[in-house]
Unconditional design. Structure first.
Length: 47
């Protein structure tokens, strides 16, 4: 829980930090999750 509080403190400290987190999510985390889901979908339904 301490890590979560530290993250929230970082997130709320400035607008630049929020933008950095959104960019990181938008360009790294979400595409990776999407590619993993697509890979699983294709391998499951591949004929």
């Amino acid at each position: 829980m301490r890590l979560w509080k530290k993250f929230l403190k970082f997130y709320h400290s400035s607008a630049e930090n929020r933008i950095q987190i959104h960019v990181f999510l938008g360009f790294v985390i979400i595409p990776v999750i999407g590619m993993i889901c697509l890979y699983l979908w294709v391998t499951h339904y591949w004929i």
